[in-house]
Write a protein that binds this ligand. Structure first.
Ligand code: LER
Ligand code: MN
Length: 272
């Protein structure tokens, strides 16, 4: 069964980012529950800034699950990436992501590698960037596996990364890894920019799809842009997708409307 999730951002520097709730953990959980979501996706400054026991109690009190946890604050706050030419920076990026893997894994949730993948260019050749990313993911994938969790790799649009922009390119890269524990995160906003056919790309991902960012063409809540959702919902059902569709969207026109519209679309397409 496909389940619903919504984003809670705890990073002040990402206030203008594509996250619905920005008013702290407790308020975010309460609002997620109020709007009927099954789970939250949390974007923390660092895993160490979270209290695992407190989060467990808060999630339980609201009847919510942890869907996934982002690692992008490592880039936003410290400019860490897994493909930086400086080996110390790559090591810090690995540590940052590793801490999120360990924390989220305790909740049965995956960590997300989006902007922490970085990009090639300047002194870093395309081949070198892929080699470094492979090296790092072959360490981080087993770390998630040890916690019976997975790691999520998210293809971004061309303005955010030049490593891979499409599902097909990302799958080809995943095939080169030793670890089989890295799954694909498909963000419908990025896919709207990069894929010729979003539904066909989701079908190509098939069982390797681990998470979906449920965003419309303009990165607003699904229903507030021009994405044709019918073939996307049909593809997710046909491939037997049983993960989350998570609202990683701008809080526009406001957070409550974004949450309400997302939930209305979720019920329309996945709970008719
Ligand atoms: C992260 O999930 C993402 O989609 C990137 O665009 C970073 O904001
Ligand atoms: Mn995303």
């Amino acid at each position: 069964m496909i389940r619903s999730a919504i984003t809670v951002c705890l990073v002040p520097e990402s206030r203008s980012g594509p996250f619905v709730f920005h008013d702290g953990l407790e308020a975010g959980l309460a609002q997620a529950k109020e709007h009927g979501f099954d789970a939250v996706e949390i974007f923390p400054p660092h895993a160490d800034d979270l209290d695992g026991l407190a989060l467990r109690n808060q999630l339980r009190a609201h009847g919510l699950q942890l869907a996934a946890m982002g690692t992008g604050a490592g880039w936003v706050r410290r400019k860490l990436t897994l493909t930086d030419p400086d080996p110390h920076v790559r090591m810090c990026a690995r540590d940052f992501i590793g801490a999120v893997i360990d924390f989220a894994g305790g909740f049965g949730a995956p960590a997300i590698i989006g902007s922490m993948q970085g990009r090639w260019g300047g002194d870093v050749s395309r081949e070198q960037a892929f080699a470094w990313l492979k090296e790092e993911l072959d360490q981080l994938g087993p770390r998630a596996h040890a916690l019976e969790s997975t790691l999520l790799l998210e293809p971004l649009n061309r303005y955010e990364s030049n490593l891979f922009n499409t599902v097909a390119e990302t799958l080809a890269f995943l095939d080169t890894l030793r670890t089989k524990n890295v799954k694909l995160l498909c963000d419908l906003f990025h896919m709207n920019l990069e894929e010729a056919d979003i539904a066909a790309a989701l079908r190509l991902a098939g069982p390797r799809l681990g998470h979906v960012h449920f965003a419309d063409s303009n990165r607003r809540a699904i229903g507030l842009g021009h994405t044709d959702v019918a073939p996307i919902a049909a593809a997710l059902k046909d491939i037997g997708y049983a993960g989350y569709v998570s609202a990683e969207v701008l809080p526009q026109p406001d957070a409550a409307t974004a949450a309400r519209e997302t939930m209305a679309s979720f019920r329309k397409w996945f709970r008719p």
